[in-house]
Design a protein around this ligand. Structure first.
Ligand SMILES: [Zn+2]
Length: 375
């Protein structure tokens, strides 16, 4: 239906993307999201009070203490080594001991994922001024971009809200149960599906921007009964005693526990933890990997920011190596590009340029952003 000042439109994508941004931990770290190497120490050293006081925290701390040594200098094992160890038993369907049965190890893995979720979310209440600057440059210089992010946090999306409707819509490229008009889904946030016809004001020309979160997201909740995902844009809290996701009613702000509105099942986290030994078979993540492959092929320029392409991310190296062509330009921006980082990216393509800049320096330098966005 359209009236005089409304029109119905379909958002479409141009055949080619000018720039594909690939964002890593270095882009959320300025706003307080810890780096991967700091996460296990934060869980173990008691500096986040809620963790050792909770059921979930106690079990995970005991497991790590009993199976990994670390010294006074706090040389903790790497998070991907702990997950890799758990994944070995889970994928082989073996137990570690009478105490750590296969079933128990699966539970500890889910607990460790929940702690990871809790820590990443710990300091992300404020809106990010750096992501805001990032979006401002995109809106001003060139909206024909896509984003692949390896971050779980939602700071990038939270910073988009000033552009919503008049400039554009976020396309996560997955199907959420909130898109359906179902009575049972009424209490949840309604979310606009940018792949369906939209009714917009006649003077607006919005775009859709893909944000592909290849390692999942704190605001996605997965039901393994109906195999659907609920998007809870503003709710990311987790209860470390019962392991349940918490939501808050509007406007009374009363806390409640989330369960699937269709079948009552408890939701699972939808974040892919780092691991040396993992299978990437999740039904939500697999199509995202394929979509990211298409975006790599469609892009004239790929700009990586704050991402070291670590050895636990072989699947990302594989993704690039499969889809990048020799004519595509790869730009890598890191605070420090160590020789190892340079070799990792040079093995993907010869046509790579390195810049030593932090994310804050990148987005506050408007001239540089304009250059990155001019293809
Ligand atoms: Zn369900």
């Amino acid at each position: 239906m359209s009236s005089n000042n409304q029109k119905e439109i379909f958002l479409t994508y141009p055949a080619k993307r000018d720039v594909l941004f690939v964002l890593g931990a270095g882009t959320s770290h300025p706003d307080g999201v810890p780096l991967q190497r700091d996460i296990l120490p934060l869980i173990m050293n008691g500096s986040v009070e809620e963790i050792p006081d909770s059921e979930i925290g106690k079990e995970v701390i005991e497991f790590v203490n009993e199976n990994f040594e670390f010294d006074e200098a706090n040389n903790y094992p790497r998070l991907e080594a702990v997950f890799g160890f758990l994944d070995y038993f889970i994928l082989q369907n073996e137990s570690l001991s009478a105490k750590y049965s296969n079933e128990k190890l699966r539970k500890i893995k889910e607990y460790l994922i929940k702690l990871l979720h809790f820590i990443v979310d710990y300091r992300t209440e404020k809106k990010s001024k750096y992501y805001r600057l990032f979006w401002e440059s995109i809106a001003e210089f060139n909206p024909n971009i896509s984003i692949v992010t390896l971050n779980y946090d939602t700071l990038l999306e939270q910073a988009f809200d000033f552009l919503f409707e008049k400039f554009g819509y976020i396309d996560y490229a997955i199907n959420f149960m909130n898109y359906e008009k179902n009575e049972k889904l009424k209490p949840f946030n309604f979310w606009i599906d940018p792949r369906k016809p939209l009714s917009v004001k006649a003077n607006l020309h919005p775009v859709a921007i893909k944000i592909l979160k290849l390692h999942g997201s704190l605001n996605w909740k997965y039901c393994n009964c109906c195999n659907q995902t609920l998007l809870t844009p503003w709710d990311r809290k987790i209860d470390l005693n019962k392991g349940k996701f918490l939501g808050y009613t509007y406007p009374d702000n009363i806390e409640y526990e989330y369960s699937c509105p269709i079948d009552g099942t408890d939701f699972e986290t939808l974040i892919m933890p780092p691991s040396y030994y993992k299978e990437l078979t999740h039904s939500v993540i697999l199509p995202l990997m394929a979509e990211a492959g298409k975006e790599i092929r469609a892009s004239k320029r790929i700009v990586v920011i704050g991402y070291s392409l670590s050895d636990a991310d072989i699947h990302i190296k594989a993704l690039f190596q499969k889809h990048i062509s020799s004519s595509q330009e790869l730009i890598v921006i890191n605070r420090k590009n160590t020789p190892q980082i340079k070799l990792r990216y040079s093995s993907i393509t010869r046509k790579v340029k390195f810049y030593e800049k932090t994310f804050q320096e990148t987005v506050t330098d408007k001239y540089f952003m304009k250059k990155l966005l001019s293809v």
